[in-house]
Design a protein around this ligand. Structure first.
Ligand code: ST9
Ligand code: ZN
Ligand code: ZN
Length: 344
């Protein structure tokens, strides 16, 4: 099944309880599941589809197919280039911002850089930084277990997008509540984004991106709208590949006992976030990879550039001999497999 076989076998519950729940509202249901879960751990976890999200994501994907048709049938070249530019900028908001700066603290950034990254992270519309980071920290701490929001053990579809279409496993919320978020609570930029998110999202992810082509090069509203849907949907899918493909396919040079892999295709597409076996072993490295080749890691180029102009500082990385020792001890022997691509 699409949401992972194991989903239905969690926490065995009595059938009566499940039937009773069907007649209550969704939120009551959710609360009940949580209550049951805490009172009797042998209760069954049944996933509940969130139809609002299913419909939204279906619309995004069908709209994107239409946008691809329009690229060859009327959409102006500038509009497509604008979409590609925005996708790349938004990607940096996720990779350099939400991921390497806020989730893992792999470097420090002065406030103008944090402000820029927050704006770009909003364009990417992947939930506000606080929520993104909490889900991501719980993903690292409990990788490929029930407490991992996109547990790759539940299959490709679940870890790719399915996890956004169903209510979270109670373990995610339980374990997630214990994650230390105090560093983000102290960052006013994170705080204000969270507070204003409901206004910022339509403005920065849709209204402004659609308005620019219409105003500056007379694009039609329809073409600009679909182009924007495509830009958003494509960057979501690239991001999700880190959770799906890079948790399934590739070598494990640093730790062969864990799910995450070194996936070159994902690395190129996701601006350097596909060296995921390394990243799960050494999450504090600002390169999110052992080697810093810019072509395979655009985010690293961006952070290095920001360091050069004085906006980023205190970059963390791992000494080569420490990596060597770890790879020898727990790796699968493929450490230099991608060396030609990855070594500077
Ligand atoms: C999206 C995110 O796409 C993508 C993230 C990908 C991460 C990838 C990481 C890989 C590395 C980086 C690679 C970058 C590559 C980039 C390349 C770019 C080209 N702990 O959420 P609710 C609480 S988003 C603790 O409603 P449900 C929560 O606070 C797409 N607590 O859960 C709330 O409490 P309260 C756009 C937690 O009802 C309560 O639980 N966004 C945690 O189960 C209920 O929360 C969407 O589509 C936690 N971890 O619903 C929205 N989590 O009531 C999608 C939650 O007190 N989300 N809580 O406030 C939703 O609609 C819902 O969250 C849901 C679950 C339906 C999925
Ligand atoms: Zn990470
Ligand atoms: Zn991961």
């Amino acid at each position: 099944n699409l949401f992972g076989n194991s989903a239905t076998v969690y926490l065995e519950a009595s059938q009566q309880n499940v039937h009773k729940e069907k007649s209550t509202t969704e939120s009551e249901n959710n609360q009940k599941l949580l209550d049951q879960q805490s009172s009797s751990p042998e209760m069954k976890y049944e996933w509940q589809i969130v139809w609002r999200n299913v419909i939204a994501f279906l619309y995004l994907h069908i709209g994107s197919l239409y946008a691809i048709y329009l690229i060859f049938n009327g959409t102006k070249l500038y509009t497509t280039l604008w979409g590609a530019f925005l996708a790349a900028a938004a990607a940096l908001g996720i990779t350099a911002g939400a991921h390497r700066l806020w989730a893992h603290r792999t470097y420090k950034a002065k406030w103008p850089m944090r402000l820029l990254l927050m704006i770009l992270q909003t364009v990417a519309f992947q939930n506000h930084i606080y929520e993104w980071v909490r889900d991501h920290r719980v993903h690292h701490k409990y990788t490929d277990t029930d407490a991992d929001p996109h547990n790759a053990k539940r299959g490709f579809f679940f870890s790719h997008v399915g996890w956004l279409l169903v209510r979270k496993h109670p373990e995610v919320i339980k374990k997630g509540s214990a994650i230390d978020m105090s560093d983000l609570e102290r960052d006013p930029i994170v705080y204000w984004q969270k507070k204003l998110y409901i206004l910022l999202i339509p403005l920065l992810c849709f209204i402004l991106p659609v308005w620019v082509p219409c105003y500056f090069w007379n694009e039609t509203l329809l073409n600009s709208w679909y182009s924007s849907l495509l830009r958003y949907t494509a960057s979501l899918n690239v991001t999700w590949l880190v959770n799906s493909a890079a948790h399934m396919w590739g070598m494990k040079p640093y730790d062969k006992a864990i799910g995450p892999t070194e996936n070159k295709t994902v690395a190129v597409l996701a601006f350097g976030e596909g060296w995921h076996n390394y990243h799960h072993v050494f999450p504090w490295d600002y390169k999110a990879a052992e080697f810093g080749n810019y072509g395979m890691n655009f985010t690293t180029a961006f952070i290095d550039f920001c360091t050069w102009i004085g906006l980023a500082y205190d970059l963390k990385s791992v000494p080569a001999d420490a990596i060597q020792r770890r790879a020898t001890r727990t790796g699968d022997g493929s450490r230099y497999h991608n060396e030609k691509d990855t070594h500077e």
